[in-house]
Write a protein that binds this ligand. Structure first.
Ligand SMILES: [Cu+2]
Length: 279
């Protein structure tokens, strides 16, 4: 079957329209704070860092699409115009100063254009602003412990709850944080290396025994946000989810009061055991 140029053009246009439709409909698959069926994009953002990660991802994706199509067009032009049949007497040209300067300079400019937002994002992730609240996260085989040293000093374990939804993400005791507050996460490992990751906040940081790593997030939406341990840490690596409940200030204060009492005698509570040892 031979297609005219017009037909090819129309087909390409159709493909492009279908692609754009797919990308726009992708929003329908997104679910705040957790993965969704048929999702193929980043999770919906719930923090300023993730806003920038999403922007940077889309920017690079657009750029690489344009570059790939450009290279494809050049290859097609070479194949069609310069094959032995349509171009029996090849040109003997070996140099073209203008083109050589251009194909050196333009990629350099593109890389500089990528480097600027890339470094800006790196600094935003690594330069921790003044925190409103610090939570110490300890990765253990195979669950997490959360300590709140600023808010009445309590610590508790967070284990996978088999009967809770979403499946394999629900836990017995969620981490609770106030909305629009800067939360500093300090993390370490109690046994092996784990990794504390919550996609919607744009954080992923190794929890290493004997080291204290830091990261931060500012949750900008209330709701539940889920993550998982992201470093292979043993047989139940897949069963130590992270569940973060983002609430308003009053709800957070109320939860702190309840948690202080509830976890006061918790054997996991390092503050309690430190107090007991001192007596
Ligand atoms: Cu782990």
């Amino acid at each position: 079957m031979k297609m005219s140029k017009g037909q090819i053009g129309r087909r390409l246009l159709g493909l492009a329209v279908a692609g754009v439709a797919l990308v726009t409909c992708g929003a329908a698959f997104a679910e705040l704070g957790q993965p969704a069926p048929w999702e193929y994009k980043l999770q919906e953002s719930g923090s300023p860092v993730m806003d920038n990660i999403t922007w940077f991802h889309n920017f690079l994706f657009g750029l690489i699409t344009v570059i790939t199509l450009f290279v494809l067009a050049l290859l097609v032009a070479v194949v069609v115009k310069f094959n032995a049949k349509s171009n029996p007497v090849p040109s003997k040209t070996t140099h073209n100063t203008l083109i050589e300067v251009a194909w050196t300079l333009i990629p350099v400019l593109i890389l500089v254009g990528i480097a600027v937002p890339s470094f800006r994002l790196l600094f935003q992730e690594l330069d921790i602003p003044k925190a409103d609240l610090t939570i110490k996260v300890t990765g253990k085989q195979w669950y997490w412990s959360y300590a709140y040293p600023d808010n009445g000093k309590f610590e508790f374990d967070s284990l996978l709850a088999q009967d809770k939804q979403p499946r394999l993400l629900g836990v017995d005791n969620e981490m609770v944080v106030p909305v629009n507050k800067i939360v500093r996460i300090q993390t370490t490992g109690a046994d092996v290396i784990h990794s504390f990751a919550v996609p919607a906040f744009g954080i992923k940081i190794d929890s290493i025994p004997g080291r204290l790593n830091e990261t931060w997030f500012k949750a900008t939406k209330v709701g539940m946000f889920y993550g998982q341990c992201s470093e292979l840490c043993g047989k139940d690596h897949a069963f130590m989810p992270i569940a973060v409940r983002v609430v308003n200030d009053q709800e957070f204060a109320a939860w702190v009061e309840i948690a202080k009492k509830k976890f006061a005698s918790n054997p996991a509570n390092s503050f309690a055991s430190a107090g007991a040892a001192a007596q």
